[in-house]
Design a protein around this ligand. Structure first.
Ligand code: ATP
Length: 368
């Protein structure tokens, strides 16, 4: 047994040419992914893109149709879940109701015949990390949702697996608990440096927890990178629209005479960084502008100006989202509370020319 990742076992995960089909439908297609020892990787993507299927294949709960899965230095493709040295934490944490928190946490070690003194030691250690030492004697019915989720995580931790697999572990918790648990998971990972593969729908979880985010689309990887990469340097319009909330605004445009000509909107000089693109006159592009890249005052001398007719205001406490029509499209901008125009008002807004994203209309890939 290792002492919570202080041992020597390397826990990298490697997925090579992995495919999965249900009947004739390909769910995962020739997927390759390398996760380093101690890395926290988050899988995101629209519903049905295959995140859970991939996680379950790594866990061994789902057989692959083709390809190889390696954990540490072992090929585990044909091993059963219990022989893969992984622990999975689900959205529904399914604790045994008749056992105390401590018994739930130690159960797998008991089954494995670990001496009770050692079980107790490991349960205590996990409980300390999860701040649930005072709850160990309670049964699940006497615990809150967040406390139960901690016990479920503790149950995974006492096994000291090489790899943790999380499938939307926080999605049953209320907003405040989610935030607390998210921070605790992050803190724990910083302290213990476990290898984690984590599936979530939650943008903030993905951005805050991940060393690298894997954006999936139709069973394939669309982009892998740091949260900063995916947010600021998305490889495609798909990633650009998927990462970030509210989503990036997109306006169709054409490149002409060294200018960006927005459909039903203004024309302005291609920013410095994109001037190379001026060589291809008439190219159809999509212009991406994040909500925070719009301003009421010009952020620089040459900032492109747009007219916005406000249709909706969404106050969110520390910021306010203003939704309205720009160049015939719905656009959302993010402002400081108190500065927003009124509903129905038409105002001039300015885009930060350094924060523009350009995509090829046909390939939908980023233009640089
Ligand atoms: P969500 O975000 O909604 O949980 P996901 O990205 O996790 O989605 P999966 O649960 O991996 O997606 O499902 C991927 C696709 O595989 C879906 O289209 C789903 O309907 C299909 N699928 C999953 N399990 C089976 C099965 N046992 N038989 C047939 N199709 C399946």
């Amino acid at each position: 047994q290792r002492d919570f990742r202080k041992g020597t076992t390397l826990a990298q995960v490697e997925v090579v040419g992995l495919s999965k089909s249900f009947g004739t439908v390909n769910i995962i297609e020739d997927l390759n992914l390398k996760i380093a020892d101690g890395e926290f990787v988050v899988l995101v993507g629209p519903s049905g893109c295959g995140k859970t299927t991939l996680l379950r294949m790594i866990a061994g709960l789902e057989a692959s149709s083709k390809g190889e899965i390696r954990i540490g230095d072992r090929d585990v493709t044909r091993l059963s879940p219990k022989n893969r040295d992984i622990a999975m934490v689900f959205q529904s944490y399914a604790l045994y109701p008749h056992m105390t928190a401590a018994e739930n946490m130690g159960f797998s070690l008991k089954l494995a015949g670990v001496p009770s003194a050692q079980i107790s030691e490991q349960v205590q250690r996990a409980a300390k990390l999860l701040h649930i030492e005072h709850l160990l004697a309670r049964k699940p019915k006497d615990l809150s949702g967040g406390q139960r989720q901690r016990v479920a995580m503790g149950r995974a931790m006492v096994r000291q697996p090489a790899v943790y697999l999380f499938d939307e572990p926080l999605s049953n918790l209320d907003a405040q608990l989610r935030t607390t648990m998210r921070a605790e998971i992050k803190r724990m990972h910083l302290e213990e440096k476990q290898t984690v593969v984590y599936v979530t729908h939650d943008q903030i979880e993905a951005m805050t927890l991940a060393d690298r985010i894997v954006a999936m689309r139709d069973g394939k990887i669309e982009q892998i990178g740091s949260p900063d990469d995916l947010y600021n340097r998305p490889a495609s319009i798909f990633v650009a629209r998927f990462i970030g909330s509210p989503a990036m605004n997109v306006l169709p445009a054409t490149i002409r005479d060294g200018k960006i000509v927005v459909e039903n909107g203004p024309s302005f000089d291609l920013p410095q960084a994109f001037q190379r693109l001026g060589a291809r006159d008439g190219r159809h592009i999509l212009l991406g502008i994040r909500p925070e890249a719009f301003h009421l005052n010009p952020p620089s001398e040459n900032a492109p100006a747009f007219e916005m007719t406000v249709s909706l205001i969404e106050p969110c406490g520390a910021e306010v989202y203003v939704i309205g029509e720009v160049a015939g499209r719905d656009v959302t901008i993010r402002l400081s509370p108190g500065t927003q125009p009124a509903r129905g008002e038409t105002r001039r807004i300015y885009a930060d020319p350094l924060a523009l994203h350009l995509f090829d209309k046909d390939s939908e890939l980023t233009l640089r």
